[in-house]
Design a protein around this ligand. Structure first.
Ligand code: ST9
Ligand code: ZN
Ligand code: ZN
Length: 385
């Protein structure tokens, strides 16, 4: 990708140069100075490269544009067939596969591999690799690399779906153009060694071009035809294309809507927001302000229930089974303290305190409400030995 970088080369004084205090050469009047009295030759001109306008040119990837146009038009037709023609079992199949693929992204690529918010034994990792392949959102390694860069460099040019470039770009547009050079430049500094050590992730990466079409399109369309006699045309448009396109859009809403519209209870200085509609659409991934502040929390939210966080219920179920372990969560006090210091005031607990006239204040050293990081980081001079 060739960035459209304006480069200025500033040369040293030229023959027509006329800096104050120096005679302009063409205006020199005779007599010609003695050759030996000529001013010493100019030093080697120094080249200064000034990066004045680091804007980059969009290079459209037409293959992706055509694919997305097909997916969206064919999936509208698929929705029509789902309502008018498809068998009820096929509709259930869409829900079931959508849920499986969703878990492969949320519980798998996102909370397990990208954020390491919990650990999983190999049977769960294998299940999540298969579910993730059903979802076809690139292989786990690429997904995680982009997502870690997104968290480290949110809303800069290094963020693959930089939401400061608008809804369309952060939703789908970023997949239709070549990436900004900063994405790979900064992305190279992100550690991926943990994924490289996971044989299941590397196996999926290696065979992705074969297993992805099988798990995302062929089997989802073929099973309804083979098992309950669905019409192949209906099955393709409903179970493969409509299901896939819907799940893509639900996922993309996390990058677009959940970076644009909503409240910021935990940090008002960043773009991610808390979004109930996105939490519903993306199995609990809409609590995005919280998630960007505490990306290592396996719940990806402060919620104490599963109502709008199906992924947490899924992980807890496998923890109960013994396949998921080391589940990391943020203590309530830490979340509240962060909300009190950096939030926009919309945190329900803080609002309740305000309405009772009590600000989140502390009386001094030793107050149990004192934030843990203040206790840890405070300077304590001349400590007793
Ligand atoms: C899709 C992904 O939809 C969606 C991700 C959404 C994430 C949301 C997260 C929110 C939380 C979770 C919510 C889940 C909700 C689930 C609900 C479910 C119901 N670092 O990429 P290339 C380097 S995918 C370091 O080709 P181009 C690297 O060397 C949809 N380096 O860039 C790389 O080479 P290699 C289906 C990086 O050429 C090289 O650059 N898939 C990084 O600019 C070239 O990389 C598609 O549509 C980095 N981050 O092309 C395919 N990135 O890989 C779309 C790159 O060999 N992709 N490098 O190491 C493409 O066609 C292309 O990537 C492109 C850019 C055209 C977009
Ligand atoms: Zn985000
Ligand atoms: Zn994340």
């Amino acid at each position: 990708m060739a960035p459209n970088v304006t480069t200025l080369t500033l040369l040293g004084m030229s023959e027509t140069d006329s800096r104050p205090g120096l005679p302009a050469l063409e205006k020199r009047s005779p007599p010609e100075p003695e050759p030996e009295k000529l001013p010493p030759p100019e030093p080697e001109p120094e080249e200064l490269e000034l990066d004045l306008a680091p804007n980059y040119e969009w290079r459209i990837v037409w293959r992706n544009v055509i694919a997305f146009v097909y997916l969206h038009t064919a999936s509208l037709y698929g929705l029509y067939l789902a309502i008018t023609t498809a068998k009820l079992l096929t509709v259930f199949w869409v829900y079931f596969l959508g849920g499986l693929g969703g878990m492969g992204v949320t519980a798998g690529a996102h909370r397990l591999w990208a954020h390491r918010s919990y650990k999983a034994k190999w049977p769960l990792r294998l299940l999540l690799v298969i579910c993730n392949t059903i979802a076809f959102q690139n292989h786990i390694y690429e997904w995680v690399r982009d997502h870690r860069v997104h968290h480290k460099f949110t809303d800069t040019d290094a963020d693959p779906h930089n939401s400061s470039r608008g809804f369309f770009f952060s939703h789908i547009g970023w997949l239709m153009v070549r990436k900004h050079p900063d994405v790979s430049e900064k992305g190279k500094k992100v550690d991926m060694s943990d994924l490289e050590r996971d044989p299941l992730v590397m196996w999926q990466k290696r065979w992705y071009l074969f297993i992805m079409p099988l798990f995302c399109f062929v089997l989802p369309a073929w099973i309804p035809v083979r098992v309950w006699g669905e019409d192949p045309w209906v099955s393709w448009h409903v179970a493969a294309i409509f299901r896939y396109t819907l799940s893509l859009n639900c996922t993309w809403l996390v990058n677009s809507a959940a970076h644009i519209w909503g409240v910021k209870p935990y940090d008002r200085n960043m773009s991610p927001v808390e979004s109930v509609p996105v939490a519903v659409a993306a199995f609990g991934e809409g609590w995005h302000n919280y998630h960007h502040v505490f990306p290592w929390d396996y719940k990806a939210a402060e919620l104490g229930n599963y109502r709008l966080n199906f992924t947490t219920a899924f992980i807890d179920f496998f923890a109960w089974l013994g396949w998921a372990y080391d589940l990391k969560t943020v203590p309530e006090r830490m979340a509240l303290s962060r909300a009190a210091r950096c939030g926009d005031g919309s945190h329900p607990r803080l609002q309740r305190r305000k309405s009772h006239g009590a600000q989140p204040a502390i009386w001094g050293w030793g107050d149990p409400d004192m934030p843990a990081d203040e206790v840890r980081d405070a300077n304590v001079a001349r400590q007793a030995l």
